[in-house]
Design a protein around this ligand. Sequence first.
Ligand code: ATP
Length: 441
Amino acid sequence: MADQNLMEKIISLTKRRGFVFPGSEIYGGLAGTYDYGPMGVILKENVERLWLSMFRDNRDDMFGVDAAILMNPKIWEASGHVAGFSDPLIECEKCKRRFRADHLESLGKCPECEGKLGDARQFNMMFKTHAGAAEDDSATVYLRPETAGGIFTNYKNVVDSVHPKLPFGIAQIGKAFRNEIAPRDFIFRLRELSQMEVEYFVKPDDWEKAFEEWRKMMHLFAGAVGIPENMVHELEVPDTDRAHYSKRTIDFEFDYPFGRKELWGLAYRTNFDLSAHANASNTELAYLDEETKEKFTPHVIEPSLGVDRTILAILSSAYREDELAGETRTYLALSPKIAPMKAMVSPLLRNKPELVEKAREVRAELKKVHPAIAWDDNGNIGKRYRRQDEIGTPFCITIDFDTLGEKPELKDTVTLRHRDTGEQERLTVSQVVERLQTALE
Ligand code: ATP
């Protein structure tokens, strides 16, 4: 069910609390661009780090690259993007608005002004620019439309430098650019986006096994970032809808507030890319099996995950409103692993140096567990809790006069407040440290 109201609330919360801002906002914005703010960058880094640990670092068969965004344009000719990376564009003859033909319910009338729609034509989505001082066609370069290109073109460099045994893969996180006809739905359809991609190279007969392994890994990753399993749905993409390079694709769809839409993709790209680049560049991009002495072009499984769509799935599934102490409150039920702040420490009163000093000590202890421990001494304690709720901070720790020994039996204890329930417990600092450790394990 589409819930536009929920989208508006998420957009407002993420701006208010420093997660996501409209791009170029003080100049009226730029369609299809958004900027991540102080909380958003940490959330994004946490998502990317978790992906790196699961898809690259905790495995012996995975290697990383960080390729240039600008690449020789011949790459995009060989990969088929110059000829075929396009969407059907349709323009209203009356109001001149442009739409993606495959996103319109009917091709009869303009959805905005009911004017007559023109004929659909293919619109290439690659951003073009010029390298160097000349501005003619010979200087045309493209901003990469997917990070995969920089992986395939480094296949030989990786093989020659680290000598991996098949099967092995190359992982990369980075920006990609698509001149989407109609950017929309907040950070769902952007013109400048981030992708986390793997190209996993296998013997031709082994593709199905690898496909299944990465399929499971994608579900595990959804769980790890706290995306509820029941909101993720696999869609087997039919032959007619698959990208030109793919023999099998599964779209991982998510129940966004505006409907069920693609979150990630998993594709079997055969040996299309390596063969095409080998032909076009006149370079051998084969693999020599040392044991059998057999030489062949590896086939490829590609799990491709959009960072921004992942973040939107996390935010929209974590958004909650409830009644607490007679007031309506909003909070983000983020998993502690990806929450930007793991805990907040607060002295009950900011103008009592002994409380502030003790609170700083407690914060220093917690920072030994994790550096992302917030400090807030602004406004009354209820307001501080509400702010942290909206950021999704799992724990708030308050230092009061009892901590200092006003009631001797409570000396060196603090109040630990839990985000989701609002419940509070009186614990020693070392117990709080343990709680935090357990939550982050
Ligand atoms: P769609 O059909 O929604 O346009 P796509 O099938 O073209 O997406 P892919 O080419 O498979 O997308 O790209 C891989 C991943 O990159 C997607 O699953 C998504 O997570 C992300 N992605 C693609 N296009 C965008 C975009 N315009 N904005 C944000 N993320 C995107």
